[in-house]
Design a protein around this ligand. Structure first.
Ligand code: ZN
Length: 185
């Protein structure tokens, strides 16, 4: 962690692999980017590559070990044109009172799923890849995805929204899986 911070966050790009929970690097608070420059764009593109490689629809910078307020999303389904969104410093402007329950998964919690209650709609302000301020009103899956990724920026995982019992079952499974993976390396 310290070594990565010293070299600057661009250097992790060479090996953009996704961190699997439980891992303290997924529990940190992320800092805003000063502006979206070449370095941040490179991070965004690297994150999109990693996300697409794992058939994800959203990814947050801490999942690749970078504690910056950067997320990427692509809700396009297989066979559809890619529709990547590059988002920096997202801020919630408004959320609907209406909430919906929906199933979530996460690239940092592979093959694990849980039902999470979230607002049906959310309006979010952010900086795009050209450092331009934008605001979108998202609903249903897109709103859920943005709010899930924004949680990552505060060190919150979807399992933090479900019962402690279910959370512990999932985290224990992942701990076991990681040990097996390490043993196989
Ligand atoms: Zn996630």
């Amino acid at each position: 962690m310290k070594a990565i911070a010293k070299r600057g966050f661009i250097d992790v790009m060479a090996a953009l692999s996704i961190i699997i929970a439980p891992d303290s690097r997924l529990k940190g608070h992320c800092e805003p980017v000063e502006r979206v420059d070449k370095e941040v764009r490179k991070l965004m593109d690297g994150m999109l590559d990693a996300m697409h490689k794992h058939q994800g629809i959203g990814l947050a910078a801490p999942q690749v070990g970078v504690l910056k307020r950067v997320i990427v999303i692509d809700m396009a389904r297989e066979g559809e044109e890619p529709a990547p969104m590059r988002i920096a410093n997202p801020e919630i402007v408004w959320t609907s009172e209406e909430e919906v329950l929906g199933e979530e998964g996460c690239l940092s919690l592979p093959q694990q799923f849980g039902d999470v209650v979230r607002p049906k709609k959310a309006r979010v302000r952010y900086l795009d890849q050209d450092n331009q301020e934008r605001e979108i009103e998202a609903e249903d899956m897109l709103a859920r995805c943005i709010l899930h990724e924004m949680d990552h920026l505060e060190g919150i995982l979807f399992v933090d929204h479900i019962s402690a019992l279910k959370r512990n079952i999932i985290l224990r499974k992942l701990t076991k899986m990681k040990k097996l993976m390490e043993a196989a390396e």
